[in-house]
Design a protein around this ligand. Structure first.
Ligand SMILES: Cc1ncc(COP(=O)(O)O)c(C=O)c1O
Length: 283
C-alpha cells in the first residue's frame, strides 16, 4: 500500500518505531518491543488505533507470511496524514507499517577484534529538547553522529550529553567493565532504554556482577578493563578502541565474551515462535 507524502512521519519524522530480530521464525523479546512502542508513543502523545495485543498479532502475521526464517522486523507507527503545517492536530489515523527484511549484523571478525569507536562531536539533545529516550522516527541526530564516525574510519560512535557525559552509541547502548562491576549510563543521560541493555543487566547480576548506572565521562570508559555495546542487531559486541585509544589489550575481553555467550544462549528462551502449533516454546 502506498504511503502518502503528506504523512507527518515523512514530513516531520513524527512517529515511533521498533526493530525486532527473528530467528528460526521466533521473534526475540516481542512483548518487550511492543511495550516500548506504546511507551514511546505515549511520550509523544501519539494514540495508536490498535491495542498492543492486535499489534503483536500483526507482527506475528507479517513474519509468518514473509517466507524467511531469520530476519528483522521494522515496526513503524507515524502520526498519519495531515496538512503541510507542523501541527500534529491536523493528522488523522496513525499509519502502521511493518517491514520485514534481512538483518545486517556486524561481520563475524568484529566479534573477535572488537569495534573502533569514535567519540562524536554531535551531542544528544537534552530531554527538554527532544525525548530521545523514546524511540521516535527523529534519528537525524544519530545519523549526523554516524557520518562523523564513518569519516574517522570507525564502526560506531559514542554520543555525549551537552554536559559531556556518555549517553550511548548511535544505535546501541554502552557498558564498561571494571573488575567485578559493570557500569552503564543512567537513563537520565537521555539514552534509549535498550531492551538488550536491560537483559544484559539482569544477566550480569545473576552472574554475580555489580551493576551500576550513572553519569560517566568518556575517560572512565577509556580506562575500563573492557567496554562493549548492546543492541538488538549487534547483540553484545566489544569496543577495543575508543577515541583512538586502545581498551585493555585491544582484543575482545573474556568477560565480554562470557556475557555474549550467556546472552546468545538465553535468547532461545525469549523467542515467540510464529507458528504456535508446530513449536512448543510459545509464550
Ligand atoms: C539509539 C539507540 N540506542 C540503543 C539501542 C539498543 O536498543 P535495543 O537493545 O532495544 O535494540 C538502539 C536500537 O534499538 C538505538 O537505536
Amino acid at each position: 500500500m502506498p504511503v502518502s507524502a503528506f504523512d507527518h512521519g515523512l514530513l516531520y519524522g513524527d512517529g515511533v518505531f521498533e526493530g525486532i530480530r527473528f530467528q528460526e521464525k521466533g521473534l526475540l523479546l516481542l512483548d518487550e518491543h511492543v511495550q516500548r512502542l506504546y511507551d514511546s508513543a505515549r511520550m509523544i502523545q501519539l494514540r495508536i488505533a490498535q491495542n498492543p495485543d492486535e499489534m503483536r498479532r500483526m507482527v506475528i502475521e507479517a513474519v509468518r507470511h514473509c517466507g524467511m526464517e531469520n530476519g528483522y522486523v521494522r515496526l513503524v507507527v507515524t502520526r498519519g496524514v495531515g496538512d503541510l503545517g507542523v501541527n500534529p492536530a491536523s493528522c488523522g489515523t496513525p499509519t502502521v507499517m511493518i517491514l520485514v527484511s534481512t538483518i545486517s549484523l556486524y561481520p563475524e571478525k568484529f566479534y573477535e577484534e572488537g569495534l573502533r569507536v569514535h567519540v562524536c562531536q554531535t551531542k544528544k539533545p537534552p530531554l527538554d529538547v527532544l525525548p530521545c529516550n523514546a524511540k521516535t522516527c527523529n534519528y537525524l541526530n544519530n545519523g549526523l553522529a554516524a557520518l562523523e564516525f564513518t569519516k574517522e574510519g570507525c564502526q560506531e560512535g559514542l554520543m555525549l550529553t551537552t554536559e559531556g557525559f556518555v549517553s550511548e552509541a548511535t544505535a546501541d547502548n554502552v557498558f564498561g567493565i571494571q573488575g567485578n562491576a559493570l557500569f552503564t549510563p543512567s537513563l537520565d543521560t537521555n539514552c534509549l532504554p535498550g531492551i538488550t541493555r536491560a537483559k544484559v543487566m539482569e544477566l550480569a547480576k545473576e552472574k554475580g556482577f555489580q551493576v551500576r548506572e550513572g553519569k560517566y565521562l568518556p575517560d572512565e570508559f577509556r580506562e575500563a578493563d573492557e567496554v562493549f555495546l548492546t543492541g538488538t542487531g549487534a547483540g553484545i559486541i566489544a569496543v577495543t578502541t575508543l577515541g583512538g585509544q586502545r581498551i585493555g589489550n585491544g582484543k575482545t575481553g573474556k568477560t565480554t565474551r562470557a556475557l555474549r555467550d550467556a546472552y546468545e544462549s538465553k535468547c532461545r528462551q525469549w523467542l515467540t515462535f510464529v507458528d504456535a502449533h508446530e513449536r512448543k516454546l510459545v509464550r
